[in-house]
Structures are given as C-alpha cells and as structure tokens.
Design a protein around this ligand. Sequence first.
Ligand SMILES: Cc1cc2nc3c(=O)[nH]c(=O)nc-3n(C[C@H](O)[C@H](O)[C@H](O)COP(=O)(O)OP(=O)(O)OC[C@H]3O[C@@H](n4cnc5c(N)ncnc54)[C@H](O)[C@@H]3O)c2cc1C
Length: 415
Amino acid sequence: MDIIVLGAGMVGVGTALSLQQRGHSVILVDRAEPGRETSYGNAGLIQREAVRPYAFPRELITLARIATGISNDAHYHPGALWSVAPQLFKYWASSAPRPYAGVVAAYSRLIVHCLTEHAAWIGPAGADDLISKTGWLQAFRSGPAFDTAAAQATAVAREHGLACAVLDSAALAAAQPVLKKAMAGAVHWQDPWAVQDPGELVVRYARLFLARGGRFATGDAMTLRTDGAGWAVDTGATGVPRAAVRGEHAVIALGPWADTLVRRLGYRMPLFVKRGYHRHYAGEAMPSMPMLDVERGALLVPMARGLRITTGAEFAHQDAPATPVQLVRAEKSARELVALGRPVEAEPWLGSRPCTADMLPVLGAAPHHPGLWFNFGHAHQGFTLGPVTGRLLAELISGEKPFMDPTPYLAQRFL
Ligand SMILES: Cc1cc2nc3c(=O)[nH]c(=O)nc-3n(C[C@H](O)[C@H](O)[C@H](O)COP(=O)(O)OP(=O)(O)OC[C@H]3O[C@@H](n4cnc5c(N)ncnc54)[C@H](O)[C@@H]3O)c2cc1C
C-alpha cells in the first residue's frame, strides 16, 4: 500500500520505518528536514524508567509553589491557562489515584519496549556512536527530599523490574567528581540510554528509511485532503510548483502541531502543550551522565554540542514569544554545581511537548475518516516511545495482530 506519513520527528520516522518493514511504500512529508523540531531539542533520554507519566500535582503545597513561582518545575502565562483550563481540569482528574493507576498500567506497557524497539533501528542505522548506556541521575540537595525519593524509586523499581541504585552524598561525589557542591544524594536509574545528539538519531533513522527505498518530500501537512478513496497532500518547496502525493492511507504524526490539523477535520481532543527550553554550555567539566537537579528543575545532559540544560514545563500558547525564566534559573543553579562555561547559542531553543489530558498518546484509526491514522500526544516521552508506537500503529494499519492491546490509546476515548 502507498502510505503518507505526515511529520518526520521521532514518532513519524519510527512509524515510517515500521510501515516500510511491513512492505508498504511510504512517503514521509515534513515542512522541514527530519528531526529538526521537538525531537531535536529534548534531553535525549530513552527513558526505560518512565513507567509513571508526569501527573498533575495534587498536593496543595506543590501547587502553591508553582502558583507563586517558587518552584522551577513549571511556569505559566496566566492568559494561556484560561484557554487550556478544560484540558488541565481533565489532566488533574486523570491524575487522581484511581484513574492514574490505570494510566500507569497503560503507559508502562509501552515504555517496557522502548529499549528493544530503539535497538532494532540503532544497529541498522549505524547510530551506536550516539548512544551511552549509562542511565541517568536524579540528584537531590536536601536530605529529606532525597530520602523520600529514594524510597519511592526503590518501590517503583521493584514493582516494574527496573535497575536503580541509591547513591549517598559521598558515593555521588565519588561518581561525579566534577560536582563543585556536596549534594544529599542521587537515585541512579541504570536502564535508560542517553543520546548525545537526539536530532541526529532521527536523521540516522530517516537515512535508513531512505536507504531502504523510502521517500521524503517537503510539504505542508495542512493541505491534507481526501482524494478518491485515499488521501493527498501538496509537496514542493516554497516558490516551486506544487505536486500532490497520494496514498491509500495517511498518518498524522505532527507532534505539537497535530491539534491544528485534527481540529480542521472536526476532532476535538483534550490536547495541550508544555513548552520547554534548552541551551548548551561550553564548560570543559561535564557530568558523565545526565543529571537532574530535582529541587531546581534543571536537567544537565552531556551532549555533542556541550552541556545541554533542559527545563521543566511552561504552560503557554505554543506560538507565544519565548519567556525563558526557567532556563535563567536553571543556569544559575547549574553554575553552583559545575564549571558551566559560556552559552554556545545566542538564544535558547524553545519547543513544545505534545500532551494529552490523560497522559497517554493518541494512536490508531481516525474514527470518522477511513484510511486516516493518528500517532501523536507523546508528551514527555515521545523520543523514547516513537519506535514503540510506530510499530504498534504499523501493525494496526497492516491488519496484523498487534503486539499489545491498543485500546487505551485509541482516539475514541475522547469522542
Ligand atoms: C525540553 C524537552 C525535553 C524533553 N526530553 C525528553 C527526553 O529526554 N526523552 C523523551 O523521550 N522525550 C523528551 N521530550 C519529549 C519529546 O521531545 C517529544 O515527545 C517528541 O519529540 C515528540 O516527537 P514527535 O515526532 O511527535 O514531534 P516532533 O519531533 O515535533 O515532530 C513533528 C514534526 O511535524 C512537522 N510539522 C509540523 N507542522 C507541519 C506542517 N504543517 N507540515 C509538515 N510538517 C509539519 C515538524 O516539522 C516536525 O518535524 C522532551 C521535550 C522537551 C520540550
């Protein structure tokens, strides 16, 4: 079958590879080169430990710290909160203990496959040089916070079969001699992989797709329309005469831009974005693996371009001007820990995590459009999950028995 995949981030490229593996003729369409957006700017963690997606905080003290700007985990544009209030209310409701237990069960069923599904592409894509199988550190400044987190992490690790080591202050200092400041300790999640250039991993996967006969075209996904029994989309660079490509099926894998297209098609789903920033720093002393300074909301990741600092969630309109207050604070905190050096880029990078109110991706057939399929809403872990949901969707499109039950992720749950 001819299939159009709209969006060449980790999710779209993962889907295209899996469809191609099943014998389909696939064309990937993006307005830019593959892996240049959210799948470029993330922290590059393939998060095998992320069995519990980020819930809406339910403790009053946490909410108060966010509302008053004390916490660096979240920042918000007050005006934007109103427009996403219904989504946030559903997010809050889904985060109550009983529904959240169901979310964790459905989410962890995807996460459990992330390393094996990435491994299936990393080797053939010749991308082993980008991967460090070091795990990552969740580090704490205060003893009580560390003790609580260590107990929780140990329980989660036991329940889900994960490897985690608890490092006290001395063990952390010995493991990370670049640290200038004594920390209370850290949880070392040992299963996850760290990618030193996330965008480059998408590029290598895309090159593998092309080498195996796949096609890539520049085009605007918003031109998607029905065409006989199938779908068509306009391709061609700006200023060049447009050519339509056609497919019996089309997949929407547009990450944080999916909502714009699915709304045009009449679907109203509780989607929203959590924006995030990064910047690289040129200091010569980097930790040997990614390290989250939990109480300061700063993730320090050794990468090819330098030490990348990434930030937590910003609730704002996707296209609103950048307000990198979290990054400013994260940089200040990071300078207490390591010799950070000067920023590499003139301006921080800004991107948007594509989120759903129930923390699960949207995957499967578009309920009202034969031949149209969804794969978006991977929130904090789309880089991790792209190859997993790509495989699941490819199996559904091909009419194979899927390797897991897709029901929790279907769009029908919102309609
Ligand atoms: C600061 C930060 C840190 C993160 N850290 C991690 C992490 O460590 N691990 C992890 O697993 N996840 C992480 N994430 C989340 C992860 O980056 C996303 O979930 C993931 O990249 C989403 O992938 P995607 O393919 O759905 O979207 P994208 O990578 O954004 O791809 C969407 C594609 O659609 C294209 N597109 C948009 N509009 C059009 C149009 N009109 N026509 C044609 N093409 C179009 C874009 O050009 C883009 O290539 C992080 C996110 C942020 C912001």
